[in-house]
Design a protein around this ligand. Sequence first.
Ligand SMILES: CSC[C@@H](O)[C@@H](O)C(=O)COP(=O)(O)O
Ligand SMILES: [Zn+2]
Length: 194
Amino acid sequence: MTFEEAADALVAVGQAFHARGWAPATSGNYSARIDDGRIAITVSGAHKGRMTRGDIMLLDAGDPRRPSAETALHLAVYRAFPEVRSVLHSHAAISVGLGRASGDDWTIAGHELLKALPGIDTHDTSVAIPIVENSQDIAAIERAVMPRLGNSPAFMIRGHGMYGWGRSIAEAERVIEALEWLAEAELAERRFRA
Ligand SMILES: CSC[C@@H](O)[C@@H](O)C(=O)COP(=O)(O)O
Ligand SMILES: [Zn+2]
């Protein structure tokens, strides 16, 4: 993937996420590892529904612009998982609500849509998505979450949002889309049971 291909795909992610209410008010950030190993990432503060290629920058390229304030979390995921080529961060109301109402993990079990997550081929399983406390100290979030990841393709920051990743931008998008749908399904189930 070239920088231009990555930038165009991340712009498309922003349009899709914003249209679905997963990137309100400039929130969220998106990155991809391009073929030469460098990281393309959204600049800080961009409106994710109205981005152009110019809102994506390369780290380590002497670019004077400010990359996402949460760049360190993207880099930590790339360091931990060499096969990962994209990290995406959403701010969706339902998963944020679910995270605030949950404990240390969001355990998802028995859903067919779990098969959208890498390496899962049956509904008859469960996946624990770690939830860590929010902080304006991004290094503190990194220290709290990285030892807890295991095989999870995502984590949640309480009262903040979700991070998901994959071996391509499409796979990372599928992880976020599946988890956001699963959060909606859990909310619907809780309402029916109430
Ligand atoms: C606009 S509130 C959300 C931000 O504080 C932050 O959490 C976020 O997701 C976007 O930060 P950014 O620096 O634009 O990548
Ligand atoms: Zn955020």
